[in-house]
Write a protein of this length. Structure first.
Length: 402
């Protein structure tokens, strides 16, 4: 009888063990199925977002075409905003304003009957410029309004951050125009004036008068100071050197908050919605979202996404590169051209993990010069040199001049 009891207990143990094993297997299978289902869901969602972005790019091209056509009705040449230039036209395209952040110049151009009328219009434009903020400049942008009509989306930035008022002294433009009004001849400008050019030209509609003014000295540092809190906060949060964040902003937009390129990319750190924007938003919030231009023109959003993307590149894509400076050089290049192209420079394919073995046999100096020699695109080579140079500059002045 005792033997039967032992056999029965052993049988129950084996049965329960088998059931537990089956249960564990089922749990693991269920988890894997769930994981696969979620991955498939995300792939489908991302595919839909990419399709949406493809539609957006088509709408962008249509809006751009209409914008160009409207400009060329009155002007000999169509000039557009770029990452480093903010170009805006008056209500009926009868005036043009170009703020060149890279070359530190402001150009006003107006249709006018004579010099006196031109100066009055310049005065009105300079008042408007000093009032210009991100929100009202977006609302007055012909291109953005054309695009909104096509996409049927009315997103507008909320930021009322002034674009130039913090950089220019209060009476800077006003004093320059007073100097101009005293000059008897159009091209005779006094040496003490901020005005570099004042000339008359013939456009399609009628005569235009143009004035070019130089930014005050140290304007770049004044621009950098505007964004100091945002740069330091996001750099600290993401364990990215502030000097690197600053160098990227300068090289991408020269601190032009309305920076726009035809990729299309938007804002201070030139975020592309379907790549950096999509990946970074998902990293922080756990879900994918196609970020609008209005969202990316907001400096707090743009720097949040841009520095967050640097974090992803440095700590995720480049994590197997041991030397911090070597990793920074590769991160800079990846921000411009993608991590796959960085890997190709070392190994011939886009596997950055495999490339990291070769990178780890080199000193940072060797990595830097190897990238300059072997990167596929000249643009990225130039970008690496510029960002590295400006990164050392910001390292030297952070906490002193900034």
């Amino acid at each position: 009888m005792r033997i039967l009891k032992i056999i029965f207990i052993v049988f129950l143990f084996l049965l329960s063990s088998n059931l537990f094993a089956n249960s564990t297997t089922n749990t693991n299978n269920n988890f894997e199925q769930y994981k696969q289902k979620q991955n498939n869901k995300f792939k489908m969602y991302k595919k839909n977002l990419n399709n949406d972005f493809t539609k957006y790019k088509k709408a962008y091209a249509l809006a751009f075409k209409a914008y160009k056509k409207s400009i060329l009705k009155k002007w000999n040449k169509a000039e557009f905003s770029t990452p480093s230039k903010w170009v805006s036209y008056g209500k009926f395209y009868n005036s043009k304003q170009v703020v060149d952040f890279k070359n530190q110049k402001i150009t006003f151009e107006v249709f006018a009957k004579n010099k006196k009328e031109a100066i009055k219009r310049f005065q009105a434009m300079q008042k408007q410029l000093l009032k210009a903020n991100i929100k009202n400049s977006f609302q007055n942008d012909h291109f953005e309004q054309n695009l909104s009509k096509i996409t049927k989306e009315n997103n507008t930035p909320n930021s009322k951050m002034k674009i130039l008022a913090s950089i220019l002294p209060k009476n800077y433009l006003e004093n320059a125009l007073k100097t101009l009004s005293k000059e008897s001849k159009i091209n005779k400008i006094s040496k003490n004036s901020e005005i570099k050019v004042f000339e008359k030209d013939k456009q399609k509609a009628k005569n235009t008068y143009k004035i070019v003014l130089q930014f005050p000295k140290n304007s770049l540092l004044k621009s950098a100071k505007i964004y100091k809190k945002l740069v330091l906060k996001n750099s600290s949060k993401n364990s990215i050197p502030p000097a690197l964040s600053y160098a990227i902003i300068e090289c991408e937009s020269y601190f032009n908050p309305l920076a726009r390129s035809n990729i299309p990319a938007f804002g201070l750190m030139q975020i592309v919605p379907e790549s950096a924007g999509l990946d970074t938003y998902r990293y922080f919030f756990g879900k994918a979202r196609l970020l609008s231009p209005a969202y990316l023109y907001e400096p707090k959003n743009n720097i949040f996404i841009g520095v967050g993307y640097l974090h992803i590149i440095y700590f995720k894509y480049m994590k197997n590169i041991k030397n911090p400076l070597s990793r920074i050089y590769c991160t800079i290049c990846a921000y411009n051209t993608g991590s796959g192209n960085v890997a190709k420079a070392f190994e011939g394919d886009n596997n950055i993990y495999k490339a990291s073995f070769k990178i780890n046999t080199m000193s940072p100096k060797e990595v830097y010069f190897y990238l300059l020699k072997h990167l596929k695109y000249q643009e990225t080579k130039t970008y690496l040199k510029k960002v590295r140079k400006r990164m050392f500059f910001y390292q030297s002045i952070l906490g002193i001049s900034l």
